[in-house]
Each structure stands twice: as structure tokens, then as C-alpha cells.
Design a protein around this ligand. Structure first.
Ligand code: PLP
Ligand code: COI
Length: 359
């Protein structure tokens, strides 16, 4: 599909852009352009692609997404390489997961090549917006929603796919410092058969109250337990978890349909195995977590995701009080795999997996 390039009447002046890039924060600064692709069942599906100025969109108040939340998104980053070129990390995995989410939400799939082309187009237009700070990157947010004006409950016939980009620094204010986790007892994130494995807005909306509860208790993130037994550790609001033990084994919760199959998670499983650790995808309970942290059997806990990269969990605040993981600092293995992962993403480590895609 050809992308129509719309002129930009007033791109951000270079000095303003450079000033904004000094302290991008996370998700509050946006680039000049966006991609929009329209879908209409009656017009043969995906039919119109544009790269144009990033601007407000107009929506009919009856647009299905505003009522029934038919919406999905992805999160990925473009990383500056040592030679100043840019690269993506496993973007085909994001394209695939986008379509997995689309199927779960009864939405049309977007051809993987079109997804990837939209990213090439936007990054080419906004490449000056990639922070040069070593901790910075260009966060890419592809999303799709039901735009059809119709109030009956059925899959919409019209959708919009939009891609925007946001220059970012670290997700957590403390950078890679250990975070404190709140164990949510009153709320769960996803139940078996629900939408937990899809990257759809409703999962995040449902996490806001427990997240606020965690913040009230001085924590940075919430860990959700399974909805049935309220016992098994699932994931954080936006990150997967790994538990590192003193006998060289590692546990990460299995993909049972209630957690997001993280691309960082999959990458870490491989990187940890390459470090000689035995990684098992199996259930791990909140009580065991506390017991293993207390006896010292558990050395480290790490949270991982595109936005948070690899972040150590230092302290956990549960219903039975607080416990500390290791010394409460950043564990050795957390540092090691974080360096390896970031090295691969930033082109400083030889990519023997074929994970990076040069732009
Ligand atoms: N779990 C949730 C709920 C997320 O939102 C994310 C972030 O995308 C992840 C896990 C980590 O996924 P990934 O490593 O693909 O970014
Ligand atoms: C990501 O890591 O890309 C996420 O989606 C996490 C959060 C920003 C929702």
C-alpha cells in the first residue's frame, strides 16, 4: 500500500525540539508526525494510508470504541545505534502480537508488512526526535480502534490504525533503581477466558484503581495475583516478572492466557538460559515468594517490559507486611541481563539472535 505524504505546515523548530529532548520523561512529549490507516469492511478492508502532521482526530460520538472499548495497542522502541543509525528490537513480534490482540477483540488483522512499513515511514519522518542520551529512545505506539458510529453490540465495520511516537527516558523516575511493589488483594487484572493476554485498553483501565492503591501505600507498581485462587503471581500492570534463585534456577509465570506474552520476557528467557541458568515457566505463589525471600533462597526479582526494560524489585508490600528481596538493591543477574539486553537493543553487543532490525 502506498503512503500519502501530507505536508506539515509547522514542524517544531530545531531549537525547541532539542530543548524538549533534554528531559523527555515518559510519554508526555510527542513527535511531529503520525501515520493513519483506515479500514472499512465495505471498501475492501485496509485502503488508505497517510503520513502527516500529528494532530487531533475527530470522532463521531457514537464511535464504537467510546462505548464498547474495541481497542488494541502495541509498545516498542527505536534505538540509536553506535553509528547513529536506528534499529528496532524484534518488531515482527509486536506485529504478530498486535494481530493476536486484534483477533481476541474481534478486530481486523493488519498485515505484518503494513505494520512494519508504518513504523519505517514514521521513524524516517521523525528521526531527529530520537534522544541522543544513552538512556533515551523513541517509544512507538501503534494502536487501532473501532471508529464506526453504531451502538449495537457487534464488531465494528470501520477502524482506524494510528501510529504515534514519543521520545522517552526511563519509565520510572528513579531510572533503573529497585522498585517497591504492592500486592493487590482486592483487585485482579484478568480472569481465565478474559482478555489478559491481549494488549487492549480495558486491561489498563482496570489496573488504575489498584495502581492508585499501591501508590497510596508508597509503592511504584502493583503485582496482580490470579483471579481464581488469588495465590499465583501473574504480572505487574505493565511488566512481566522473573524470580532468580540461589541454585541457578529462574521461574517466570507461565503464559496461561491471563498475562501479556512480553517480548522482553521471551528475550530474557533466552538470555538467562545462555547465562547457564535453568529457566522454568511455572506458577509461583505469593506465599512462596515471601518465604523464599525470607530464607534467602530467592536472590533477585526482576520486572521487564519495553517501557521499563529490566527493573529490579527491591521490596514487596503485601497483606502480611513488607519483605525485601536480597539486600533490596540491584542483583547481579538483573544487572547482567539488563546490560546484555540494552547492549543488543543499542547495537553495542553482537546480535547473534537476529533480533535487531536496522531502519
Ligand atoms: N505486561 C503488560 C501488562 C504490559 O503492558 C507489558 C508492556 O508491554 C508487558 C507485560 C511487557 O511486554 P513487552 O516486553 O513486550 O513490552
Ligand atoms: C510497554 O512497555 O510498552 C507498555 O505498554 C507498558 C506501559 C507503558 C503500558
Amino acid at each position: 500500500m502506498n503512503f500519502d505524504h501530507l505536508p506539515h505546515p509547522a514542524p517544531t523548530p530545531a531549537d525547541k525540539r532539542e530543548e524538549a529532548l533534554q528531559d523527555p520523561g515518559f510519554g508526555k512529549l510527542f513527535t511531529d508526525h503520525m501515520v493513519v490507516i483506515d479500514y472499512d469492511e465495505d471498501k475492501g478492508g485496509w485502503h488508505k494510508a497517510t503520513l502527516g502532521p500529528r494532530e487531533a482526530i475527530s470522532l463521531d460520538p457514537a464511535a464504537a470504541v467510546l462505548h464498547y472499548a474495541q481497542e488494541i495497542f502495541e509498545g516498542m522502541k527505536a534505538y540509536k545505534q553506535p553509528d547513529d543509525s536506528l534499529a528496532l528490537f524484534r518488531p515482527e513480534q509486536n506485529a504478530r502480537r498486535f494481530n493476536d490482540s486484534a483477533r481476541r477483540m474481534a478486530m481486523p488483522e493488519l498485515p505484518e508488512e503494513l505494520f512494519l512499513e508504518s513504523i519505517r515511514q514514521l521513524v524516517a519522518a521523525d528521526r531527529d526526535w530520537v534522544p541522543s542520551d544513552p538512556d533515551g529512545s523513541l517509544y512507538l505506539r501503534p494502536f487501532m480502534f473501532a471508529s464506526e458510529a453504531f451502538l449495537g453490540v457487534r464488531p465494528a465495520k470501520q477502524y482506524k490504525y494510528i501510529l504515534i511516537a514519543s521520545p522517552v527516558g526511563p519509565y520510572f523516575k528513579g531510572g533503573a533503581k529497585p522498585v517497591k511493589i504492592w500486592v493487590s488483594r482486592n483487585y485482579t487484572r484478568a480472569a481465565p477466558g478474559g482478555t489478559g493476554a491481549a494488549k487492549t485498553g480495558g486491561n489498563y483501565a482496570a489496573s488504575l484503581v489498584p495502581q492508585a492503591e499501591g501508590i497510596e501505600h508508597g509503592c511504584d507498581q502493583v503485582v496482580f495475583l490470579d483471579a481464581v485462587e488469588k495465590k499465583w503471581i501473574e504480572e505487574l500492570g505493565g511488566m512481566n516478572l522473573f524470580f532468580v534463585f540461589d541454585d541457578g534456577t529462574v521461574i517466570t509465570p507461565p503464559l496461561t492466557g491471563t498475562i501479556l506474552p512480553g517480548i522482553t520476557r521471551d528475550s530474557l528467557i533466552q538470555l538467562l538460559r545462555e547465562e547457564g541458568l535453568q529457566v522454568r515457566e511455572e506458577p509461583y505463589s505469593i506465599d512462596q515468594w515471601r518465604a523464599d525471600a525470607t530464607t534467602g533462597k530467592l536472590l533477585e526479582t526482576m520486572a521487564c517490559g519495553t517501557a521499563a526494560v529490566v527493573t529490579p524489585v527491591g521490596t514487596v508490600l503485601g497483606p502480611d507486611g513488607e519483605f525485601t528481596i536480597g539486600s533490596g538493591g540491584t542483583g547481579q543477574m538483573t544487572n547482567k541481563v539488563r546490560d546484555k539486553l540494552v547492549g543488543l537493543q543499542k547495537g553495542r553487543v553482537e546480535d547473534s539472535h537476529g533480533w535487531t532490525m536496522k531502519l
